[in-house]
Design a protein around this ligand. Sequence first.
Ligand SMILES: Cc1ncc(COP(=O)(O)O)c(C=O)c1O
Length: 394
Amino acid sequence: MALQFNKYILQMKPSASMETMAKAKKLKAQDPEIIDLAGGEPDFDTPKKICDELFRQINAGFTHYTVGPGLPELRQRIADKLERENGCHYDPSGVVVTPGGKYAIYIAVRALVNAGDEVMYLTPGWVSYPSIIQASGGVPVEVDLAYEDRYRITLELLEEKVSAKTRMLIINYPNNPTGRVLTQKEAQVLRQFMLNHPDLVLLSDEMYERILFDGQENVSPASFPDIADRVITVNGFSKSVAMTGWRIGYLAADTKIASMAAMLFSHTISCTSGFIQKAAAVAFDCGEEIEEMRRRYQQRRDLFVNGLNQIPGVHCEMPEGAFYAWTNFEIPGMDSNQVCEFIMEKAKVVGVPGVSYGDKTGSRIRFSFAAADDQLAQAVKNIAAAMAQIGEKV
Ligand SMILES: Cc1ncc(COP(=O)(O)O)c(C=O)c1O
């Protein structure tokens, strides 16, 4: 039988971070000394209050379908949060609660993109954007930000890539993998770009919004009233509340856009689990727990990144948010895949190669510092020893 597959899905590449996570788990099962810094996954437990509410809801029998794109009280709390903390005004009926932020991005893109439409996204950037764009028959258009310019967004870079076919621009701050936070100046550049192109939609993925260091602040583009009706904000509970396995996130958008996305949602997912939604609402009462995790990430960042920067041939800019160390290795003749293999073999530390994030310029690896302090300290030691071997050879 000659199987025929969907031509858009055939274009996709497997998720590099998921593949590397699976590989790291397999390696660790064979060798306990392997240090897995590949995943984008908090190592903290979900706050107890949230877990308690989940069991309470299940025991009370709240285990059936829930109708529509989210429980009304959760959509209200999300809209209130976006207003209070992000200065974004969304009607609660413009909120769609999804199984993870990833699915929110998927339905938003599907709701707006037709085959052949172009969707711009910034690189280095999250591995799933191009595949999600391709699933709609869209054409991913990379806007390469320059390492030498600290990955600054400029109007020139954006204008260079826009065309009559462009429907959407996707951004992500705090950024996975670079750890950069959007500055007020860059937010104004984005605003100007959106004003220059009145038919464009901006999708702002703010998944790491609560993980900010040294007093940095997040800027939400939907807080600009003159573009707000064309800005979709995506966020969730996975990273900031350590709820990756719960699969819950959301999008907030103008009600016309949200109802289109909700149409697809209703036919593909029906609803996000009701008891998970009830429990997730408790996350809005977990300010202290979230702040404690943020504080610990900052300490780990300092430990890990300062350690890496003492190793000859290794450099990492101090991340301003999220929990990734975007690390450059100067090893002559090796690209990021080869560097990753080398570090895995010689240092027993697993990261994700920079090329997976669209990085074209260096030999970078993304390491997660959402790991225990002793693991991070050991990783630095092992990497230093591996790099010393290279030094001896040169
Ligand atoms: C930038 C970014 N956006 C969205 C997501 C999706 O998160 P989730 O689907 O777990 O809510 C991730 C997860 O790795 C991410 O790194």
